[in-house]
Ligand binder design. Structure first.
Ligand code: BG6
Length: 293
């Protein structure tokens, strides 16, 4: 199918009725629904679906730079490019299980990209929807350059929540983080779970590979599993920053939380011919009453 700008998008469906939508603009997942048709990813009502900017929501891919600590545009150029459909990937990638509906996309640098980032790469992205409704994104980035290069990376995942004040994140307790609101200073998470009462913009470094996002009101827990992605970003813009952004409603920060699998603190280095894999798996489980305290 096509999106509003006539850019191709691909819809994946599983036999139970779950679905996911992926746009060739940015290779961005723009929707993920469970078997009841409920949307699980946040998209702003003010989102702008127009290249060259990534739309506010879903899962934009930050590559080859995260944030603005580098010479490139914020979060790198991959999310602003038109990707191609890739027919060259094998049906089964390592660690893949059968019975999935998937799409393979490919990004190669344009002349313009090479001028700002002179490193030739092939970036293959597989988005798959499993029979149980899990969504998996597998990125494989290959150095096809004559020299080594390094990059940072994030799956900037906007999860849909009922009320940010009722959300908590488990799995990042006692993990060190770099605080983007405070000159990237390093702190250690103390509390027993992360809860929200103000703007938060952190990179949890070398975090565990399983993180849970509990939405008490919806009695729903997102389980995020990451591989090859040592760090985790947690971001909510809160009221003031939302008001300053054109593509998010003033109150919409309440319905979203970004939790990203990422590689930021230590950039990934690839020698010529080497390939890196970073995988993110998202599942939703009903929150059990016993875990509420
Ligand atoms: C976060 C950054 O990860 O992404 C924030 O730490 C930034 O500083 C946010 O505002 C959204 O970025 P963008 O470029 O999509 O508006």
């Amino acid at each position: 199918t096509k999106d509003w700008n006539g850019i191709d998008q691909v819809v994946l469906r599983n036999p139970q009725g779950a679905s996911a939508r992926v746009s060739l603009h940015g290779g961005q997942v723009t929707s993920w629904r469970n078997e009841h048709g409920e949307e699980l990813l946040f998209t702003s009502s003010k989102a702008i679906f127009k290249p060259p900017k990534a739309m506010r929501g879903g899962i934009p891919i930050c590559f080859p730079q995260f944030g603005n600590c580098g010479s490139l545009e914020q979060h790198g150029f991959a999310r602003n490019k038109i990707w191609a459909i890739d027919d060259s990937s094998p049906p089964l990638l390592p660690n893949d299980s059968d019975g999935k509906s998937f799409i393979d996309l490919l990004l190669k640098p344009s002349e313009e990209d090479l001028r700002c980032w002179p490193n030739s790469f092939e970036f293959r992205l597989r988005v798959s929807l499993a029979t149980d409704g899990d969504l998996t994104l597998t990125s494989r980035i290959r150095n096809v350059n004559g020299k080594p290069f390094s990059f940072s990376f994030a799956y900037h995942t906007y999860l849909s929540v009922s009320d940010i004040c009722e959300v908590r994140i488990e799995g990042l307790e006692t993990v060190d983080y770099l605080d983007n609101l405070c000159r990237r200073e390093r702190f250690t998470e103390q509390g027993d779970a992360i809860t929200f009462e103000t703007e938060l913009d952190r990179v949890y470094v070398s975090s565990p590979n399983v993180i849970a996002v509990l939405d008490h009101e919806k009695k729903r827990t997102y389980v995020i599993r990451k591989e090859g992605l040592p760090d985790a970003v947690v971001w909510n813009p809160w009221e003031k920053k939302s008001k300053a952004m054109v593509d998010i409603g003033d109150e919409e920060y309440k319905q979203m939380i970004c939790v990203d699998g990422a590689a930021i603190e230590k950039p990934v280095s690839l020698k010529p011919g080497e390939e890196w894999t970073g995988r993110l798996q998202l599942s939703v489980v009903p929150s059990s009453f016993c875990s509420e305290h």
